[in-house]
Design a binder for this molecule. Structure first.
Ligand code: KG4
Ligand code: ZN
Length: 338
């Protein structure tokens, strides 16, 4: 069949991501506009402001991406857009542009699950994991362990029962008075922390199964901080030590669960994706796990760990090439199971 060129549009939260994926040449161009500065003063994403900013940026970004990739609009053969989960207004901004362009250009559009985008993001790298593999998806909204047998063939093995790992990082940052988003801030301060001053719990590792929980760990962190402050010790060093203990506890917990999942499934390929997969300590722990097992770990490049258009263009390209598409009246879904 003739090669395809897919335009990918990601607008589920606070990043506008646009990309072009060619079935033979791979990723041709991608652009990203982050709204982090806009939301920082509120300590979190303000949905109404996010939608307005997506609408403002999306068309210029598409123009810029076409220019970067040196392709003209008429070369595009299909459009992929994130249809959920995410903020409804943000999703709708991207979806309505995607579908209007598909209608005007008379090409198919496909609705993509945001977490499928994350899950397939390591496929944009030079060495790609072969199916089947175990995938740890860790983002601001999700913490899942999934068995992946192919595109669209996902089996949920474990999930968080409360907070997502990224959410725990963000909330920990907030209570320590660090910036938004919290993951990178906690991680940066943890670099100066001592490893052995505090020992935090590894939630749910003593129980069988692959489900996880991070809300208790978050509370433990808060209590440790409050106790330290009460005793008059609210130094930067103590903050750093707490960040370090928190980060190590999360990394350890994820590593124990991944090991269990690989053993259970009889697999030795681990894919780690989503915003939290950018974390240095988590990568180190999982690399060590896979080295010990003589298996391999796969991650997206750092810029594709967090939200981006490239992962949506990739997922869409695979699905469109397989003959799939979505009706132009497909409803965006703020909550959507993978
Ligand atoms: O995938 P993503 O961009 O958006 C969602 O789909 O949620 O993930 C964002 C999350 C945030 O919670 C952020 O704090 C976390 O990823 N994150 C990190 C790091 N970089 C981003 N968490 C820990 N360490 C990092 N280096
Ligand atoms: Zn995401």
């Amino acid at each position: 069949s003739s090669p395809s060129l897919t335009l990918g549009i990601e607008t589920s939260c606070d990043e506008t991501g646009i990309a072009l994926y060619h079935s033979e040449k791979g990723l041709i161009a991608h652009t990203l506009y982050s709204q982090i500065k806009l939301h920082a003063e509120y300590g979190g994403v303000v949905p109404e402001l996010a939608s307005r900013d997506h609408i403002r940026k999306i068309t210029p970004l598409i123009q810029e991406t076409l220019k970067k990739g040196q392709v003209s609009a008429k070369d595009i053969t299909g459009i992929a857009y994130t249809a959920g989960p995410g903020l409804m207004g943000a999703l709708l901004s991207g979806a309505s542009v995607a579908r209007s362009l598909a209608f005007a250009w008379q090409i198919p559009a496909i609705a993509i699950h945001h977490m499928e985008g994350h899950l397939l993001a390591p496929m944009l790298e030079e060495t790609q994991p072969e199916f089947p593999f175990v995938c740890l998806l860790v983002s601001g909204g999700h913490t899942m362990i999934i068995r992946v047998d192919g595109i669209g063939r996902y089996k949920l093995l474990g999930d968080t029962l409360d907070d997502a790992a990224g959410e725990a990082f963000d909330k920990t940052a907030k209570m320590l008075g660090l910036g938004y988003p919290g993951g990178p801030e906690v991680s940066k301060l943890a670099l100066q922390g001592q490893t052995d001053r505090y020992k935090f719990p590894r939630p749910m590792v003593d129980r069988p199964g692959l489900d996880m929980s991070f809300s208790g760990l978050k509370t433990f962190t808060l209590n440790t901080w409050l106790k330290a402050k009460e005793s008059g010790d609210d130094s930067e060093q103590t903050k750093a030590d707490i960040c370090r203990a928190f980060e190590v506890a999360v990394a350890d917990t994820l590593s124990i669960k991944c090991k269990r999942a690989l053993e259970q499934e009889g697999l030795n390929r681990l894919v780690v994706s989503g915003g939290v997969s950018a974390n240095r300590e988590i990568r180190a722990k999982l690399d060590a796990l896979m080295a010990k097992r003589k298996g391999s770990a796969f991650y997206p490049r750092l810029e594709f760990c967090t939200d981006n258009g490239a992962m949506i263009a990739y997922a869409g390209s695979k699905r469109l090439d397989a003959g799939q598409s979505s009706d132009l009246n497909f409803a965006c879904q703020p909550r959507w199971d993978l």
